[in-house]
Design a protein. Structure first.
Length: 728
């Protein structure tokens, strides 16, 4: 059955990218055989050469430009491809250009070290931002590719190396531009680098970079580069039709948009989602944990653990996940910080696997991750373990770099994850630590139930915890406030400590009264709605009133107004004045902050880091709390969408089973504006994204809810002692 399922997935993936059986191309192949062949100077494994051959285009390959040009007949086409990219520019002797001119060849040459009558500079790399995010993108600079690609259309070359060449009317350029599909502010006045251009005096088409590695380099979006290459081949063949058959990218969705859903699709997606943590080797092992300290000093993502390295068991934590930066060879670096939220959320996913599939080793990893948070690392030690400290009970953001930074939302998701893990594996050994953290977050939450987004150790030691507990701070910002409220509601049901309920209920009421005009939003307005679903659903668990049901219905209805036919939830922007990080307002602002995947409302992007993941959880808990079939139906549609877009890759097994942040549901491809400097379209977070999607697929299979699972904790043990110590 497994092999049959895999075959079905493979066929569906091929259909998704338009790959039909070879027989369907018979008429085109017969016509292609009559044309002059294309001559290549390249290695046999070059992407373009392989796709051209599989498309039925007559191809003749040579190992060097000199060999190739000597065997080409007059009036033919020759492609000299960059085989030492990015380490060395393509060496083409002057005699090759002379012979090509004598034979009246149409010549395509990429990443050249020199050209006749044109100055070529030394190889350079695209400009990088503060967090090593790529700032420069490929832009269509002419009308040559229309109507398929219009002028100012954006493409991605990722970690592009190029040789500077001056050109008056280039076809493609590199530049720093803002936009989703289109450079909305046009090209900048400076910093525009031609990357595809015609020689004004010779029949030479020049690529300043290596365009032919579009599969290995994961150039995006695939359909855009198909237009580019078909235009290049048409130019080489003097207008004769030599089209590339569509290819399957090395990293692609598991299923097509309209492919039938296998019966066991959700279970298979859950298992692949949990296996991803180990397949990507993200559990730190003692043999290589010294790299955590070393790489953390850089503050940047670094190459991921080598496949040969031993796999940890959770005792030393879990890495943050894959950065959005795609390298020239298709690989992605990894964030090496050990975050408390990622560890707590991952413990939940592993515990789900331990229960659902009876995997003892996964149960052990879940327990070890909780031990890492509360006992083994600096996350909960030092001043956080001192009853006289104002940070007593809090858990730090990450180690080794920032244990003294406290985000209420990060603590909340860590708590939800570790409580769920404890409930699933039936252990109460972390209950006191969980209760301490709940109380610590409560006493840094103000009178109206709001907490500053971020509090530091130095602030706490200077001002004291009561400064925050007594403040009348207001923050209509569910991204930061909603999940702490959910934790307080869960804690109240277990402890009956009234401030948990009072402060959460007050904050929720004020936030709902401020909806929507006075809400602040982070990367998009949809994520704020998605975050509110959980506390609203859990408030109904405690106080099932018509008003509370109306609040939940209002937020869910407005969120689901953007659920597309495929089941995903489209991103949407709010009032720019209510966000500190709206989409870039100029080309210079592109890539300078965390930001949305879209440039304007209507861009067809779904966000698995901030919206769809939390909507999945919220809809599930809403259905469980109310019994409303509409929530369940929307949840089911979203579950199917997530199963379809789960990553599949033979070339990059470290991505198989994951979910990238961005998905363009119209193209059915991983694509969006890449302006976010840390967690862009191709990032995969161990927490946030991977854990909540995988865990909810498992919880659905277990026919339970997060409320019921977290209700198995005994949080009232020693409550009076802790309250006396912490609130006196």
């Amino acid at each position: 059955m497994k092999n049959s399922s895999q075959c079905m997935l493979r066929r569906d993936a091929l259909k998704a990218f338009g790959v039909a059986p070879l027989a369907a191309f018979a008429p085109a192949l017969a016509e292609a055989s009559k044309r002059s062949p294309l001559h290549f100077s390249c290695r046999e494994d070059n992407d373009l050469y392989r796709v051209a051959k599989s498309s039925g285009i007559s191809c003749i390959r040579s190992d060097s430009p000199t060999e190739a040009v000597s065997s080409v007949g007059r009036n033919s086409a020759l492609l000299v491809l960059a085989e030492r990219y990015p380490h060395e520019a393509t060496q083409v002797d002057a005699s090759v250009f002379q012979e090509a001119a004598r034979k009246r060849l149409r010549l395509y040459v990429e990443f050249p070290s020199s050209l006749p009558h044109m100055n070529v500079g030394k190889p350079q790399m695209v400009a990088l931002g503060k967090h090593h995010n790529v700032l420069e993108r490929a832009i269509v600079a002419s009308d040559s590719f229309a109507p398929g690609l219009k002028k100012m259309r954006i493409l991605s070359l990722h970690e592009c190396y190029y040789v500077p060449i001056s050109a008056r009317n280039p076809e493609l350029v590199l530049a720093r531009v803002a936009g989703f599909d289109t450079a909305v502010y046009g090209l900048p006045q400076e910093g525009v680098h031609p990357i595809l251009m015609k020689d004004p005096e010779h029949s030479i088409l020049i690529a300043a970079t290596r365009l032919s590695s579009f599969i290995q380099g994961r150039y995006d979006p695939a359909e855009g580069w198909a237009h580019v290459w078909n235009w290049i081949l048409s130019w080489l063949s003097s207008g004769q039709s030599s089209a590339l058959r569509k290819w399957v990218p090395t990293v692609h969705p598991s299923l097509g948009a309209n492919s039938p859903m296998p019966k066991a699709a959700e279970l298979e997606a859950f298992r692949k989602g949990v296996a991803w943590f180990s397949d990507a080797r993200l559990f730190v092992a003692p043999q290589w944990k010294h790299y955590v300290e070393e790489y953390a000093k850089t503050g940047e993502a670094q190459p991921g653990p080598h496949p040969s390295w031993p796999l940890g068991n959770g005792s030393d934590g879990v890495l943050e996940g894959f950065s959005s930066t795609i390298k020239w060879n298709g690989q992605q670096p990894v964030g090496w910080n050990l975050r408390a939220d990622c560890a707590g959320e991952t413990s939940m996913a592993m515990a789900c696997s331990g229960v659902l599939d009876q995997k003892i080793e996964d149960r052990k990893i879940a327990a070890n991750l909780n031990d890492f948070i509360y006992f083994r690392s600096a996350l909960a030690s030092g001043p956080r373990n001192d009853p006289h400290s104002s940070s007593y009970g809090l858990v730090g953001w990450n180690v080794p770099r920032s244990p003294g930074i406290y985000y209420g939302d990060d603590n909340a998701r860590m708590l939800l994850g570790s409580m769920a893990a404890a409930g699933l594996i039936g252990s109460n050994q972390w209950d006191e630590k969980i209760l301490l953290c709940l109380l610590a977050n409560l006493r840094t939450t103000g009178v109206y139930g709001f907490r500053p987004n971020r509090i530091t150790e130095s602030q706490l030691q200077k001002l004291g915890w009561r400064h925050f507990y007594d403040q009348k701070f207001i923050n209509y910002h569910p991204h930061f406030e909603a999940y702490p409220w959910a934790c307080f509601l869960r804690a109240y049901e277990k402890t009956r400590f009234s401030p948990f309920l009072e402060r959460a209920r007050t904050g929720i009421r004020m936030t709902m009264e401020a909806y929507p005009n006075n809400w602040r939003w982070t990367n998009g307005f949809q994520q704020e709605r998605a975050r509110m679903l959980l506390p609203l659903a859990w408030l109904i668990r405690l106080e099932d009133t018509q008003e509370h049901r109306r609040w939940l219905k209002q937020i869910a209805t407005d969120l689901l107004a953007f659920q597309v036919s495929f089941g995903g939830i489209r991103e949407d922007l709010g009032n720019p004045a209510k966000s500190a990080i709206p989409p870039p307002a100029s080309n210079d602002k592109y890539g300078t902050s965390e930001v949305s995947l879209i440039e304007k409302n209507g861009d067809p992007a779904c966000d698995m880091l901030y919206t769809c993941n939390f909507a999945f959880l919220g809809l599930h808990e809403a259905a469980a709390a109310t019994g409303d079939a509409a929530y369940r139906e929307a949840e089911d549609r979203l579950a199917h969408f997530l199963c379809r877009i789960q990553i599949e890759s033979k070339t990059h097994p470290e991505f198989t089973g994951g979910w990238f942040r961005a998905f363009d549901y119209r193209r059915w491809d991983y694509w969006a504006s890449a302006s976010d400097w840390g967690w862009g379209p191709w990032s995969i977070e161990t927490g946030w994204t991977q854990t909540w999607i995988s865990s909810l697929l498992g919880i659905r299979r277990l026919n339970t809810s997060l409320w019921d699972i977290t209700g198995r904790n005994k949080l009232n043990t020693n409550l009076n002692n802790f309250v006396s110590t912490m609130f006196s």
